[in-house]
Design a protein around this ligand. Structure first.
Ligand code: TRP
Ligand code: SF4
Length: 400
């Protein structure tokens, strides 16, 4: 239960593009083999900024999941689910809101940034302010300790960590905590219990990070512990109290940044994307229209690849030989831009063609997607209700 678990989410804001593919999806496809993964359609999060435009939402959700699947996200490896189908997210969000100072939310950097960036929208809502808390609930609900996110979301993960800590601080205290913890340790068996206590001393008194890791591993592998004892021991290890909600960490993905067709950041709102779902003709036309180094007005003008978005694509798609051909040919005006774009268009189409074929299969049989999401939602709910039971108990809301 405390082994590595990953949760990530995406807002269903429309058809995905090549930036999503290289920035997020390829990474999901990779880590689904390395960790237990939960991938969530963050439809409530979409409402925080687009509460007035819910008409297309449902279509966006299905289409986005088709994009995930076509890109190789495997429902047999990972759990795919829709946030709003697991109402436990809302309950945990509400309970956490009781212990979350408003000032913490106001200080999350994305709050003011997004308000400025999306100045045409009224983002003075309660829901928008609470965006990071809802995200914290998403993560803490599954006790996910790793969250793959881009740089911009790191403050949200830190925020989730602080909320978890504050919650544990209030509700993880119990009278005679140490005695309970020692009794729980004894249940590990003589040898393991001595080992555990030794690791704990080495960590708390000498700060040996490795001892902390070893102790966590030992607990993760222990079979015969109740959930409560496990929480006690995880908490005891770091000295405070029961660890009901575990603290998540960002799993930073160093994805190559793929510029949009005009060289700016690829984004739907700039209208400069290459959509994942596209036919060959459209794709080639879009690439033909891509901006190049402005120095190359005439075919005979030499250019500088590092100033050209096409070159950024070459760096992602081309081998060393082709890269050299581009660098040399561009700087000496030996090749033209039309020629230079050709291998990029070929490579992207080679990548997107099978993806589009898979997408067609999923679209032909919509029940397939609905069924696998129903399974995913059910599984997510089970995990979520386990956590919520603990949370309610810790807060004295069981009424048993
Ligand atoms: N905020 C994320 C984004 O905009 C989406 C998201 C919602 C998320 N809940 C999450 C990401 C939980 C990671 C974990 O991309
Ligand atoms: Fe860009 Fe290639 Fe044209 Fe150079 S030759 S400006 S790298 S498209």
């Amino acid at each position: 239960m405390y082994a590595d678990r990953v949760l990530s989410g995406m807002r269903p804001t429309g058809a995905l593009h090549l930036g999503h593919y290289h920035g997020v999806l390829k990474n999901w496809v990779k880590i689904q083999h390395e960790f237990e993964c939960l991938f969530m359609v963050a439809d409530w999060h979409a409402l925080t900024t687009h509460y007035d435009a819910t008409v297309g939402l449902e279509t966006h959700v299905w289409e986005m999941v088709v994009d995930w699947l076509s890109a190789g996200v495997d429902p047999n490896q990972a759990t795919l689910f829709i946030q709003s189908r697991v109402p436990e997210h809302a309950e945990l969000h509400l309970l956490l809101s009781m212990v979350t100072p408003v000032g913490w939310l106001e200080r999350v950097p994305t709050y003011k940034e997004q308000q400025q960036k999306l100045a045409d929208r009224d983002l003075s809502s309660y829901g928008f302010l609470g965006y990071p808390l809802l995200q914290a609930a998403d993560i803490l609900l599954y006790r996910a300790n790793r969250v793959p996110v881009g740089e911009d979301q790191v403050p949200h993960i830190e925020f989730a960590r602080e909320v978890a800590r504050r919650f544990n601080h209030f509700y993880g205290r119990e009278p005679d905590f140490e005695q309970h913890a020692l009794r729980a340790a004894a249940k590990l068996g003589h040898k393991k219990s001595r080992l555990f206590l030794d690791f704990r001393v080495r960590y708390t008194e000498r700060g040996e990070a490795e001892a902390l890791l070893s102790a966590r591993e030992l607990l993760a592998e222990a079979q015969n512990l109740s959930l409560g004892d496990r929480e006690r021991l995880f908490g005891y290890l770091e000295g405070n109290g029961k660890q009901i909600l575990s603290e998540p960490h960002a799993l930073l993905t160093e994805a190559a940044r793929l510029p949009g067709l005009d060289g700016q950041k690829m984004s739907k709102s700039y209208g400069n994307t290459l959509p994942l779902r596209v036919d060959e003709g459209t794709l080639r036309r879009k690439i033909a229209g891509m901006k190049t180094d402005e120095a190359r007005q005439l075919r005979t003008d030499p250019g500088e690849p590092t100033r050209c978005p096409v070159y950024a694509y070459h760096r992602l798609y081309s081998n060393a030989e082709t890269l050299e051909w581009v660098e040399e040919g561009c700087r000496t005006a030996g090749i033209g831009c039309v020629q230079c774009k050709q291998p990029v268009a070929d490579a992207i189409w080679a990548e997107l063609r099978p993806l589009n074929e898979r997408a067609d299969l999923y679209r032909e049989d919509p029940t397939l997607v609905r069924n696998l999401l129903a399974d995913g939602c059910e599984r997510a709910r089970q995990l979520a209700s386990d956590t919520l039971r603990e949370v309610r108990e810790a807060m004295g809301l069981l009424y048993g």
